[in-house]
Design a protein around this ligand. Structure first.
Ligand code: ARG
Ligand code: GLU
Length: 706
């Protein structure tokens, strides 16, 4: 009986083609999903979403910077993305007198829009499969390095010829763990201006407390505009540039959003690992995640104590803390999810099926017979090296002053023979680094972190068993090192006196830290990379085997910061026994969370006024509520922030900005029961622009369907 049951479950795992809602699909192959999408409610065609023959939705979706997504919403290049994606730009324009982060910023006409030199957005022109061309000349029996060098040569050639005579850029990325290759032709825009941002009390409402959580009330958006040269082509900032005229901009829907409605997310997911073997999941679950979580918990405890007691430290460390806490919280959710789904066991089941599948087939035996043993062996070797790596990165290198010293290390190499041009560059970089470091540095806080993290590092690194009195060392470094004395260090760098600079090599901090950097660079990192390289080539073969073993399953490639479509339905979920989450939130929740004494929950007086008067204009739903956010089953990950969330007609209904905590293991295993992406309702975004900020001229540019 038990046997039979096992047999049946095995078959079921085999047969289910792909779980509903899971998947980040390639837009140029979307015909393969079209039927399923339409069966789930989509009213447009795959060709409406991605076409190389005529304008399609893809012409309105951009990679924003290098880790977020944005969408064009007017025929004048108006761009929406998340507040946390625009954060760096908003911060860069903020000063004590013009604190746009705190108070928000709104350009009331195009002349007031703020340029961001060096910042880019990237628009996809086309994509295609170039696997055959990339693998030309590659043979099965080649060594990995021979193989890679042929591939690199082919890639360079294809990239070069692909963009001849155009202003486009080419990029080739492997998919399916180096089994296939895609060519992307991109147009890169270089004049991107800040148009608007809500105050942090709206754009970051709930802060790190609510991050990754539902119910959510964050107005996580900011507004930019793409400019081009007079010829309509990308050009660096010039005041004569003109607003970009896109081939396509998104229409915006203000209609009700109901549970069960079809939605899709069109954007740039960064990285997922669906194909990894059980050994890799074990490593993440038993070692990598727990170490990082533990170290960050302790580090955040210290930072929070300082932030809560001092306003200046809050300004200096808010963004740092957000970065540390974002990963920390995600990994906690991921661990719980991997446990709950029993992902290791699921992977082991697939591996068992695989063994059966190759058992009686000599050619499979020959190709794949040793695969799992090799994995097992490599992960056994990787485990201690990865631990060493984690403690180096998350403990030792996470001490701010240590990282700062490392960034200035080229100062230590200056000597009388250094060519003038190099010297000048090194001194200039150092001067910039010093200025920006001390602007946001609290040495008392960092000394506590030093004592904490250095202790952790020395306790856990297998290389550093000899006794070090960390507290005494900290006392010495923090009282004597020149790297902690801004003025002296600045003077030294400004002097350009090589002899004096060379003395930095005897600085207490350098003397203390350098040996551990040497150790890492000479020993840990090379081992770590060598093992990962071997694992990467096994991954290629393993992925190939999995695809061969399940010929009827529709696969999607792991996310790799290329344009994808994820689709699903608006849906609440049950995070725990007895708890049910609704699919949307409203402004009522903002008022329920309001607490003038807690930084994350301060509500702007103007917003309260609008709330008290129920002055929601055309943006309320049919029940008269002001919706703020909703959740759906779309499979998303980091990088999807700012992605357009569209309805069955391809109209914009919101901006993706997060996932629910219970589902963050979806980077490894997706679960339709609890994996939900969190979307800012476009109606709240427009309400803030229009009613709160009085920037109605931006609304007029947009194409709104009621
Ligand atoms: N969790 C979101 C993402 O992964 C938002 C991060 C920014 N917000 C924050 N409170 N740290 O990027
Ligand atoms: N906030 C994430 C981002 O910046 C999206 C959340 C996620 O799904 O990982 O891309």
């Amino acid at each position: 009986m038990k046997r039979l049951f096992l047999f049946i479950t095995t078959i079921i795992i085999f047969i289910i083609p792909s779980q509903a809602d899971e998947g980040m699909w390639l837009p140029y192959l979307l015909q393969l999903n079209e039927k399923d999408m339409q069966a789930n409610g989509m009213k447009i065609s795959a060709e409406d979403i991605y076409s190389i023959n005529h304008g399609s939705l893809k012409d309105a979706v951009v990679l924003f910077g290098s880790g977020c997504t944005g969408e064009i919403v007017s025929d004048q290049g108006l761009l929406l993305t998340n507040h946390h994606c625009g954060y760096g730009r908003i911060q860069a324009h903020s000063t004590l007198e013009h604190d746009y982060l705190t108070n928000g910023f709104w350009a009331m006409n195009k002349n007031e829009e703020l340029p961001n030199p060096g910042f880019t957005v990237t628009l996809l022109v086309s994509m295609k499969d170039v696997t055959r061309e990339v693998l030309e000349g590659v043979k099965d029996n080649m060594s990995e390095s021979e193989r890679q060098s042929i591939i690199n040569k082919n890639i360079n050639k294809i990239k070069e010829t692909a963009v001849i005579g155009t202003h486009y850029q080419a990029r080739i990325t492997p998919i399916y763990n180096n089994n296939q290759y895609l060519l992307f032709i991109n147009e890169v825009f270089t004049d991107i201006r800040l148009v608007g941002a809500p105050p942090s009390n709206i754009g970051k409402f709930g802060g790190d407390t609510d991050n990754w959580m539902w119910p959510r009330h964050t107005g996580d958006f900011s507004v930019f505009r793409i400019y081009t040269g007079k010829d309509g082509k990308p050009a660096p900032y010039s005041k004569d540039n003109i607003p970009y005229r896109p081939k396509r901009h998104l229409k915006i829907s203000l209609k009700d959003i109901n549970e069960g409605d079809f939605t899709f997310v069109f954007g740039y997911p960064g990285s997922t690992q669906q194909f990894i073997p059980s050994y890799a999941v074990e490593l993440i679950k038993d070692q990598t995640d727990p170490i990082a979580i533990d170290l960050r918990t302790k580090r955040l405890d210290i930072i929070k104590r300082y932030i809560n007691n001092d306003r200046l430290t809050r300004i200096q460390y808010a963004s740092k803390a957000a970065g540390i806490s974002n990963g920390w919280k995600k990994w906690i959710g991921e661990l719980q999810g991997l446990d709950r789904l029993n992902t290791v066991k699921n992977k082991q089941n697939i591996e068992a099926q695989f063994l059966t599948w190759i058992q009686n087939d000599p050619s499979r035996q020959q190709k794949y017979g040793t695969l799992l043993d090799q994995y097992k062996n490599l992960y056994a070797q990787l485990q201690p090296v990865a631990k060493e790596n984690s403690y180096f990165m998350e403990a030792f290198y996470s001490i701010e002053i240590v990282e700062f010293m490392w960034k200035l290390k080229s100062l230590l190499t200056l000597n009388p023979n250094t060519p003038d041009a190099d010297k000048e560059r090194i001194l200039k970089n150092a001067a910039n680094n010093i200025k920006s470091f001390f602007k946001d540095y609290n040495s008392k806080l960092d000394k506590e972190i030093f004592i904490l993290l250095a202790n952790e590092y020395f306790q856990h690194s297998q290389y550093t068993r000899n006794k070090i009195d960390v507290e005494k060392t900290a006392d010495r470094i923090f009282s004597r090192s020149l790297f902690l004395q801004q003025e002296k260090l600045e003077q030294l760098v400004a002097s350009g006196n090589v002899k004096a600079l060379q003395k930095l090599n005897n600085d207490v901090l350098v003397k203390f830290a350098m040996p551990y950097f040497d150790l890492y660079i000479d020993s840990v990192s090379p081992q770590y990379q060598a093992l990962n390289k071997q694992i990467t080539s096994l991954n290629r073969i393993w992925t190939q085997a999995l695809m061969e073993m399940q010929p009827d399953k529709q696969f999607y490639p792991d996310a790799n910061l290329t344009l994808r479509v994820a689709y699903g339905k608006v849906a609440g979920f049950e995070p725990q026994d007895g708890v049910k989450y609704k699919h949307y939130t409203t402004i009522e929740g903002i008022m329920q969370k309001e607490n003038p004494d807690i930084y994350d929950y301060v509500v702007e007086p103007r917003l309260k006024e609008l709330y008290n008067n129920k002055d929601y204009g055309r943006y309320a739903n049919s029940k008269g509520e002001m919706p703020v956010a909703f959740i759906a089953t779309n499979h998303t990950t980091g990088g999807n922030s700012g992605s357009p969330v569209l309805n069955a007609y391809g109209e914009l209904i919101g901006l993706n900005f997060d996932r629910c905590w219970e589902g963050t293991m979806s980077d490894i295993q997706y679960d339709p029961q609890v994996c939900r992406n969190i979307t800012l309702d476009i109606r709240y975004c427009l309400f803030i622009i229009d009613k709160f900020a009085g920037a109605g001229h931006l609304i007029e540019e947009m194409d709104i369907v009621n």
